[in-house]
Structures are given as C-alpha cells and as structure tokens.
Design a protein around this ligand. Structure first.
Ligand code: B4P
Length: 192
C-alpha cells in the first residue's frame, strides 16, 4: 500500500515521472492537471470553470479543486494506494487532503519533490509548447506559473518537510536517469 504525492514546479517532470512510478509500483496516478484538461476538452461545467484560470496560468480555486480530488479519491481504484500528481499546491489544499485522509484513517507514506532551476523549466516547457501547443505553455504564462510555485507551493513542501515525509530528487538529467533516482529514494524510504 503506497499513498504518495509528487510535487515540483511546472516542467519538473511530475506527469512524466508519475506515469512511470505508477506503472512500477502498481498504484493509480491521479493528475489534477490531466483531469482539468480532460474536462476542458469535453466542455463540461467543471472544464468551462477551470479553463478561465488555466489559460492564464492561475490556480483553479481550492473550492473547485478540493471537491474534485475528494470525489476522485472515493473511487474504488485507489484502494491499493495512489500517487497524486499536482495536488496539493496550496496550504489550504494540504489541510483539505489531511481531512480526507483522516476520515478514512489513512496517512501519506511519502512526498516526492522534483527539483530543477527555473531557466531549465522554461526551456523544457517552451519545447513542449512546440510539440503539443498547450494553451498555458507560452513564456509569460510559464513564468507566472513558476512564480505561483515559489509563492504558494514551496510552503506546501515546507509543511511535508516538517512532518519528515519529504524526499527530494534532482529532476535534471535524462528522463530515465531521473526515474532511476526516484526508484532508489523510494526503495530507501520503504526500508527506512
Ligand atoms: P499540471 O498539469 O500539473 O502542469 P505542469 O505543472 O506543467 O506539470 P506537468 O506534469 O504537465 O509537466 P511535467 O513537469 O511532467 O497543471 C496544469 C494547470 O492545472 C495548472 O497551471 C493549474 O491551472 C491547474 N491545476 C492543476 N492542479 C491544480 C491544483 N492542485 N490546484 C489548482 N490548480 C491546479 O513535464 C513538462 C515537460 O518537460 C514535458 O514536455 C516533458 O517531456 C519534459 N520533461 C520531463 N522530464 C524531463 C527531463 N528529465 N528532461 C527533459 N525534459 C523533461
């Protein structure tokens, strides 16, 4: 049973690594960004609401995001654990996740933080923009998303560091190299 989070600035490889970790550990990966994008594509009421914020690189309001995560975590496929990618991003989301887990008498096993410097991240995301044309991958919006990470999500990282469940991994290098580092720290965390 593994309940874990993957946190990192935009472009640090959260989604990329989450997919690989999920396959190796056999736990479901849940990306709030992917759920929002699927809703935007399907033009659902949630997607219409989320789009207003995502296109500008802003966070979707906690009230919307928290409810969506609560519903997702009530589904049967999370019984064997989960890997949450991109949530929590604010300290209010940390508190909300704590409440959800406490109700089920559950707790997080590990929080993985991917690190990379801002210029590398801008470079990667501009590369992705050429390939996928994601509406929030232009330089001004990328820099705004990075600012939000520093202003709001670093406080989330600090909370988990205080609880001694945070483990940091250098996100610079080939994708396979980063995966190897992640798997090593997870193995070390399991045997600790
Ligand atoms: P996300 O989908 O989480 O977008 P992201 O931060 O850009 O990360 P992503 O996972 O896509 O990118 P990755 O680092 O894997 O969020 C999008 C938006 O949704 C947010 O801005 C917000 O509006 C909203 N949202 C989501 N969650 C929310 C929440 N909890 N609260 C409020 N709002 C929320 O990869 C990026 C690129 O780097 C890829 O092209 C990849 O190929 C490349 N890459 C990865 N690893 C690499 C490596 N080692 N070397 C070179 N390139 C690499």
């Amino acid at each position: 049973m593994t309940r874990m989070l993957i946190i990192g600035p935009p472009g640090s490889g959260k989604g990329t690594q989450a997919e690989r970790i999920s396959g190796r550990l056999g736990v479901v990966a849940i990306s709030t960004g992917d759920i929002f994008r699927a809703n935007v594509k399907g033009e659902t009421p949630l997607g219409i609401e989320a789009r207003k914020y995502m296109d500008n690189g802003d966070f979707v309001p906690d009230s919307v995001t928290n409810k969506m995560v609560r519903d997702r975590l009530s589904e049967a496929d999370v019984e064997n654990g989960f890997l949450l990618d991109g949530y929590p991003r604010t300290t209010a989301q940390v508190d909300y996740l704590d409440e959800i887990l406490a109700k089920g008498d559950e707790k997080l096993d590990v929080v993985l933080q991917l690190t990379a410097d801002d210029e590398e991240l801008v470079h990667r995301l501009l590369g992705r923009a050429k390939e996928t044309g994601r509406s929030d991958d232009n330089e001004a919006i990328i820099r705004h998303r990075l600012d939000l990470y520093h202003e709001q999500t670093e406080a989330v990282v600090a909370k988990y560091a205080e609880r001694a469940i945070l483990t940091q991994v250098d996100g610079i290098g080939l994708i396979d190299e980063v995966t190897d580092r992640v798997m090593q720290v997870l193995k070390a965390a399991q045997t600790a």
